[in-house]
Design a binder for this molecule. Structure first.
Ligand code: PHE
Ligand code: NA
Length: 454
């Protein structure tokens, strides 16, 4: 594609890739996952997964996008005309994620407004599942859509599709240049305040206390790989798509290391922040930290409002910062997810970006309305479980097997990456992708199937 759009700057690409990676997974998934899988000891399998799978695969996806200059389906088709389906499959997973990711960002948007008067009251659980979501049933069912859910969702889509309409340099790049630095500043303020709260030390002790026995368990390694894949947005068609807009002369390997370590640094920061406030809450309630640890929707929309209620000062301000951070982190990820199918449709059917945004983004937007409701919460659970346990690992596994073993393309990709990068890829890169990653991911799949059957 000769006139394919390009990133304006190297920083623009890195911020966009990091913006995709840094998302809800860092803030509400990593802390609880690490805690439940060995605490301080989890960092060992986590780092292993980052270095043997996360960064090597990121390099591979950047290389495929850069070399073949297409959306994921087009790049995989150019790699070999028999593997276009691999790109579409990853696009399909991204589509499903976009639908509930958008709903969650919309909730975070409402909650950032609710923080201003602590609207959730003292029974934060009752508020979320009662007042907030129950009133928001699908029209024609029990209730009607309340503005509290619907309006923010519309806003999320206006921003996301608006950015995508503008294209790569003027849309995605500028959005990430604003969102990511702002997110980092807001989050740093929260973490510094959190660290000075009463009970922060108890929380951090609970978080970092290593349970070395845990790393003998396969489940912990599975959790580490799962976290790395989801967190780095690998095997979701995203990184191939984003790197297809890189100029010819772009360092690939270095960019992958920066993105990978940047994402993990944010993850660590989130773990410290979240456990400091969980420690604070435990001390307030006179209970053990392990009694208050949660992740996901429960952490963000039930436990956090409770913590904000109990904050010593400036409750509203910190509530707004926290939910504002979720919104920023979420939006930059959502933009990258939707771009995968916008680019896919554009390349496949040769239509304009505007048409692709209207059709692809529009479809996801419409379906996401259903997820923003109480009934949608059930689908959210199912979709999230399925994606995390099968979608990611399986797509990643098949991707490495196809590239390394079926097409035997690793050597060509290595040469391509080395021809533009500072850091030279050596044998370790191929060993990680051809042996280590397939063995671990294969075991993950096997383990998932086994535990789901029993
Ligand atoms: N990487 C993002 C996060 O950590 C989530 C994400 C997954 C984004 C899949 C895009 C695609 O939250
Ligand atoms: Na992430």
């Amino acid at each position: 594609m000769e006139n394919r759009p390009q990133w304006g700057t190297r920083a623009g690409f890195i911020l966009a890739a990091a913006g995709s990676a840094i998302g809800l997974g860092n803030i509400w998934r990593f802390p609880a996952t690490a805690y439940e899988n060995g605490g301080g000891a989890f960092f060992l399998p986590y780092l292993f997964a980052l270095l043997t799978a996360g960064i090597p695969l990121l390099i591979m996806e950047f290389t495929i996008g850069h070399k073949y200059r297409g959306s994921a389906p087009l790049s995989f088709a150019r790699l070999n005309r028999k593997t276009e389906w691999l790109g579409w499959w990853q696009v399909a997973i991204s589509f499903i994620i976009s639908v509930y990711y958008a709903a969650i960002i919309a909730w975070a948007m409402s909650y950032s407004v609710f923080s201003l008067n602590l609207k959730w009251g003292s029974d934060t659980e009752g508020f979320l599942f009662g007042d907030y979501l129950k009133l928001a049933e699908v029209p024609g069912q029990t209730g009607s859509l309340v503005p509290g859910v619907f309006i923010p969702l519309i806003l999320v889509w206006i921003i996301t599709l608006g950015v995508l309409f503008k294209g790569i340099k003027k849309g995605i790049e500028i959005a990430n240049k604003i969102f990511l630095p702002t997110l980092i500043v807001l989050f740093l303020i929260i973490v510094i305040r959190a660290l000075t709260l009463d009970g922060a030390v108890e929380g951090l002790n609970a978080f970092f206390k290593p349970d070395w026995n845990a790393i003998a368990s396969g489940k912990v390694w599975v959790a580490a790989y799962g976290q790395i894949f989801f967190s780095l947005s690998i095997a979701f068609a995203i990184m191939v798509t984003y790197s297809s807009y890189l100029p010819k002369k772009s360092d690939i390997t270095n960019n992958a290391f920066i993105t990978g370590f940047g994402n993990s640094a944010f993850e660590l920061l989130a773990g410290i922040g979240v456990f400091s406030v969980l420690g604070f809450m435990a001390v307030q309630q006179g209970v053990n930290v392990d009694e208050v640890v949660t992740g996901g929707v429960g952490l963000a929309f039930v436990v956090f409002p409770q913590i904000i209620n109990e904050f010593p000062a400036f409750n509203q301000f910190f509530g707004f910062l926290f939910f504002g951070s979720l919104v920023l982190a979420g939006l930059s990820s959502l933009i990258s997810i939707v771009e995968t199918f916008v680019a896919g449709v554009q390349d496949k059917f040769n239509v304009s970006r505007t048409k692709a945004v209207v059709v692809g983004g529009g479809l996801s937007a419409v379906i996401s309305v259903l997820f923003a409701t109480q009934g949608g919460l059930y689908f959210l659970d199912v979709a999230d479980y399925f994606i995390n346990n099968f979608g990611v690992a399986l797509a990643g596994l098949i991707e490495v097997i196809v590239v390394a073993w079926v097409l035997k393309e690793l050597k060509n990709l290595q040469e391509h990456a080395n021809s533009v990068s500072d850091i030279m890829l050596g044998a370790w890169w191929k060993i990680c992708l051809a042996f280590v990653t397939p063995v671990v991911l294969g075991y993950m799949m096997f383990d998932n199937i086994r535990t789901n059957i029993s």
